[in-house]
Design a protein around this ligand. Structure first.
Ligand SMILES: [Zn+2]
Length: 102
């Protein structure tokens, strides 16, 4: 059976002067299928931020109804309420995957 998923690019954005954590503007990662690949220059990434982002990734890979908020909302805030960092989720490509029936 074939199905399609969006590939994603997650990027740290915002005014670093408002960050309460050690985020670096421009750091982030790609999501391709089930794989996460950090940008080559991303040396570290907050696991609290990653934990916040994870539930959205599978949904953002799939939602394709333009009226669904999951389709058009693309900014996720850092879970630290004192931190101004945002994480942008951008769809890059839509890849086709296949799994066999047993
Ligand atoms: Zn933060």
């Amino acid at each position: 059976m074939k199905y399609k998923l969006f590939d994603l690019k997650i990027t740290t954005i915002g005014d670093k002067g408002t960050f309460n954590c050690s985020h670096i503007v421009g750091d982030g990662f790609f999501v391709c299928g089930e794989q996460i690949q950090f940008f080559e220059y991303t040396k570290q990434f907050s696991h609290y931020a990653l934990a916040t982002l994870l539930p959205y990734l599978a949904a953002k890979q799939r939602a394709d109804d333009v009226n669904d908020w999951m389709y058009y909302e693309s900014l996720i805030a850092c879970p630290d309420p004192q931190c101004g960092a945002l994480f942008s989720i951008e769809r890059t490509e839509r890849a086709e995957y296949e799994y066999g029936e047993e």
